[in-house]
Design a protein around this ligand. Structure first.
Ligand SMILES: [Zn+2]
Length: 65
């Protein structure tokens, strides 16, 4: 499992917007740390939050497919 290919990030659940400490892997997979089965809401889809701001500002930038 440990491959040194992951980056520590914050991951936001696409369904309920809960934020988890997560790891992003080289293939783009985002896996919340300590939530191996995904979000407690049941979703397993997350997006990376890079450079989280401390002032609570959030932007809804569309993510290209
Ligand atoms: Zn969720």
């Amino acid at each position: 499992m440990p491959g040194g290919q992951s980056e520590r990030i914050l991951g936001e659940c696409l369904a309920c917007r809960s934020v988890y400490a997560a790891q992003q892997w080289a293939d783009g997979a985002i896996k919340p740390i300590g939530a191996k089965n995904g979000c407690r809401c049941g979703s397993t889809e997350f997006r990376a939050i890079e450079n989280p701001t401390l002032d609570g500002r959030q932007e809804e930038d569309p993510i290209g497919e």
